[in-house]
Ligand binder design. Structure first.
Ligand SMILES: Cc1cc2nc3c(=O)[nH]c(=O)nc-3n(C[C@H](O)[C@H](O)[C@H](O)COP(=O)(O)OP(=O)(O)OC[C@H]3O[C@@H](n4cnc5c(N)ncnc54)[C@H](O)[C@@H]3O)c2cc1C
Length: 488
């Protein structure tokens, strides 16, 4: 039998999921990654005695990662173990008040009652509605691949689209269930999970509320990077050829067919190629413009990237009163979103997210805390120099909340949007590929199959179904299954 060869460029979660799926379906699969580790944005960083997860700290939909393993007949628990965090996120405000997000519904109502009686009364109907949005997405969008515009021409899909509240904004949707501005800000922050603004992204993303408060937030024992390490272990076990520290430089195309992937070290003949590296930076880099009429350089230049981030990793020799996930809101979140998305600026009073996984697993920082501190940043400007966040702003905001970390720092590292762009070839430093600030980017993301090259496919945040760790993993699974159907 003639065994088909698949070459995958990029070993992020999308690339790993596609590699496992294709190898499992009988393709001889090679996975090429420019960095010296797999996992892409999800990887471990060690500073002093502390261990951090870079990238996804909030894990939802663990069933998606488990599914990648189960398809091979293996047990997910042998590769990574998830732990549910019930009272997972504390939201703290400038006036000293705070409330917790919990996936225990009764606890959640009590928490809301302390700030917003209307919200406590309406929480059950909110949860029902966001479950509906989640089920619609599950049935119509998440499990399918889009190969061309014709895939959108189906009656059930159109009905699904209309029912998913595409024309209402997320902020407007939340205001129907909650009245207090602090509570609205906390729910509106879900828009940042898709790198977007609640004032322009569609209410469809209310489904994130169901993922966090209905299904729950999870942590991976040993750190979330264990997901990537577990997937790598499985890929190697079933025979995927993984090449790290090797960068693809060209995809040779002949008669609308990708034939060869050329790297800085070697070249690989291919029957099918999957691009997991950011489509918006790597498609134009690897394929000559004349071979990709559907996505010219000019068209790519018009796409709006998702939000980027400035991240401080801080290992301290003191333990602070923080929850595993903790958000300190700025005074005016609306102004912050306007600054980021319309003016391309940082806020001088930013909302700060901190993940301290040592609160759940102390061994990750034996001396004190491992603070992953994230401030949303505007994507890098196209031409002029982009602003960068001053570290003092983080220290000062936290100090006002009585979290004075600077005297207790053992080690610290700053990562800026420029670093994210350079390390992962991320489009203008975006965390989640394209933003979902308009309906087109939400529902008509670039298709999973190239419109120009018959055997070239896309996975990852800039393509369907979107950014975030479970979504890109789903895109890898979906694309692997699609390829097997068409080329297997
Ligand atoms: C700071 C931060 C916080 C985040 N927080 C969360 C969170 O809490 N929850 C969540 O779900 N998601 C979060 N995300 C988003 C999540 O990390 C991403 O959506 C997801 O990991 C992206 O996976 P991917 O496979 O699409 O791409 P990537 O992880 O970017 O992988 C693509 C890989 O391709 C490689 N590559 C690119 N070009 C080439 C080439 N030419 N040759 C070889 N290799 C190449 C890159 O080096 C990279 O490793 C966060 C991201 C960041 C950066």
């Amino acid at each position: 039998m003639n065994i088909k060869r698949a070459v995958i460029i990029g070993a992020g979660l999308g690339g790993l999921a596609a590699a496992i799926t294709l190898q499992n379906k009988g393709f001889q699969t090679t996975l090429i990654e420019k960095n010296n580790h797999t996992g892409g944005k999800l990887h471990e960083v060690c500073l002093g005695s502390a261990s951090f997860d870079f990238g996804p700290n909030t894990i939802t939909m663990p069933q998606v990662f488990n599914e990648v393993v189960r398809q091979t007949g293996e047990e997910p628990e042998n590769f990574f173990q998830f732990q549910k965090l019930t009272n997972h996120t504390t939201n703290s405000f400038k006036d000293g008040s705070s409330f917790m997000f919990s996936s225990d519904n009764e606890r959640m109502k009590e928490e809301l009652l302390s700030l917003d009686g209307y919200a406590a009364d309406h929480f059950s109907s909110y949860l029902k509605e966001v479950k509906k949005l989640h089920d619609l997405a599950q049935n119509y969008f998440l499990r399918r691949t889009f190969k061309s515009w014709k895939d959108y021409l189906s009656l059930p899909l159109t009905k699904g689209l209309i029912s998913s509240r595409p024309l209402e904004t997320l902020d407007h949707f939340h205001r129907r269930y909650f009245k207090d501005e602090r509570v609205i800000s906390a729910f509106n922050r879900y828009a940042t999970y898709i790198g977007s603004s609640p004032y322009s992204s569609p209410a469809t993303f209310g489904l994130i509320g169901y993922l966090e408060l209905g299904q729950g937030v999870f942590y991976t024992k040993g750190g979330n990077h264990k997901i990537a390490e577990g997937l790598e272990k499985l890929a190697l076990k079933i025979g995927v050829d993984i090449r790290t520290a090797e960068e693809a430089q060209e995809i040779a195309v002949s008669k609308k067919t990708a034939t060869l992937v050329v790297t800085d070290k070697s070249s690989y003949e291919a029957d099918v190629v999957v691009l997991n590296g950011d489509l918006l930076t790597q498609y134009p880099r690897l394929i000559k413009e004349t071979d990709r009429p559907s996505l010219s350089d000019k068209k790519i230049d018009h796409f709006e990237p998702s939000v980027s981030a400035s991240v401080m990793l801080a290992a301290t020799n003191k333990s602070f009163p923080l929850n595993h996930h903790h958000v300190f809101f700025g005074e005016d979140p609306r102004k912050e979103f306007t600054n980021i998305f319309e003016k391309g600026l940082f806020s001088d009073d930013p909302t700060i997210y901190i993940c301290t996984s040592a609160k759940t697993e102390p061994a990750r920082s034996p001396e004190g805390d491992n603070l992953f501190i994230l401030v949303n940043a505007p994507p890098l400007h196209k031409k002029d120099a982009s602003p960068s966040l001053k570290e003092e702003i983080i220290f000062n905001v936290l100090k006002k909340h009585k979290i004075d970390i600077s005297p207790y720092l053992e080690a610290k590292k700053m990562i800026h949007p420029e670093d994210i762009k350079n390390k992962f070839h991320a489009f203008r430093g975006a965390l989640y590929g394209l933003s979902s600030n308009d309906r087109k980017n939400t529902f008509l993301r670039p298709y999973n199959r190239s419109a120009d090259i018959n055997n070239l496919y896309f996975t990852g945040g800039s393509t369907h179904p979107g950014g975030g760790s479970p979504m890109v993993t789903l895109s890898g699974l979906n694309v692997g299954n699609l390829i097997s159907k068409i080329h297997g």
